[in-house]
Design a protein around this ligand. Sequence first.
Ligand code: XMP
Length: 512
Amino acid sequence: MGEKIIILDFGGQYNQLIARRVRELGVYCEILPWNRPADQWREADLKGVILTGGPNSVYDPQSPRLEAGALESMGVPVLGICYGMQLINFLMGGQVERAAVSEYGHTELTHRGGVLFQGIPQQSVVFMNHTDYVSRPPQGFQVDAFTRACPAAAFSCPERGLYGVQFHPEVNHTQYGRQVLSNFVFGVCGCRGGYRAQDQIQAMLAAIRAQVGGGKVVAGLSGGVDSSVACVLADRALDKGQLTCVFVDHGLLRQDEARQVMDTYHKNLGLNVIHVDASQRFLDALAGVTEPERKRKIIGELFVRVFEEEARKTGAAYLLQGTIYPDRIESGMNGSATIKSHHNVGGLPKDSLFSRDRIVEPLAGLFKDEVRAVGERLGIPRAMVWRQPFPGPGLAVRCIGQLTREKLDILRRCDAIYLEELEKAGLSEKIWQSFAVLTGVNTVGVMGDGRTYAGCVALRAVTSDDAMTVEAAEIPYPVLKKCCSRIIAEVPGVNRVVYDITSKPPGTIEWE
Ligand code: XMP
């Protein structure tokens, strides 16, 4: 690899963003648990270490702490971010205190120079998220920046190669955050850059081979970009006969979806894909269930059961999934609150054939746009790489209340009309996700000369970069009107159409 940065994880919310920023600078990096012994990663190509933020207080004896002397023995520059800075301070004999009021959000920072701030205006906006602060830096450290509430918002001791910032340079809200990280990685650590997507792909292929060895793998292939990229990666990494991709038709797919997926991956890309029609099993298991998390858990478990059955047939010990980083965050895998149990993260039953170490998730550290870039490099057709995300639980999270074949058919037809009209209007590519929702509400209408009492469909379209935050797309009114009249005219069982204008937060993209 030539050069690498190690990121020691102390449980912060933005750790993967730090890794992403370092990758964007063209430098290879790895995130490791904070307590991974240094002799396992202190290799010749190590150029620097970043200590992440985290929810703890250094003066709490239970807090994750490095051994005394650990920083010096790393032998490379160390940058502490938020908790990481406080930890450096603590280990080097400074003092950390709890402030009366937390400093949170956009904050004006003034710097006094120093290598981390090279090329950055003296005053800029940074993102803060802390209550503890460095009240007395260690001896020999200089304070490089401050805010109104934080007297040491950045410090350094270049002779010892130690640097700390209280703010989060990795988040977009910090105006010159990328520059701070670039100054550390290039200016302090002396990296040269040049690590590119192709190297990233090679590293992922190597990681799959290392985990799986000569074993057999079943892979969940939904046809969405994440699972597609994961399957194509595994196909490249493994020998013929090691990989079986399983496309499960759970009866919750969109119109014509099964045929499209089989055509693309089996016929065109030559993957070993089997099509399992499990629709009746899923619908039976979901009969009468209305609670969204319950639906997700049932679907997640049944998916795993179907994969287990296929694994038994092929002798596979490993399950490959296209889980990406935001799925893990929203499923509460990072100590964060569970918003939704994404089926491929939260659903592994305790008695599963696949133990946690047999789950292969090559994309677990990537964001959607990075996955798409990998997909393009792998030569997956553009139409599939740029396909809108479709959730694993499929139409189940868009059909509110009990699921029946009849309701799902109605939803499929409305959805197809909506997507067709957006495509005709040339809007599809600008939208992150667009779909119809069967709201579960019946409304009174009048058609011909008679009263109707039928379903209400909501149309949703959102714009986003990463699905973490979204805005409702401003679909031209004539397009919406056309969708409305076509849906009501062509789909029996629907007499009202509404457009959802909720952003995320406070809403989520899917309704359930
Ligand atoms: P929400 O609704 O939480 O969705 O704003 C964020 C993104 O994740 C997709 N999504 C899922 N994807 N399994 C998946 O593979 C799931 O269980 C799941 N739930 C939501 C959703 O479509 C959006 O792109």
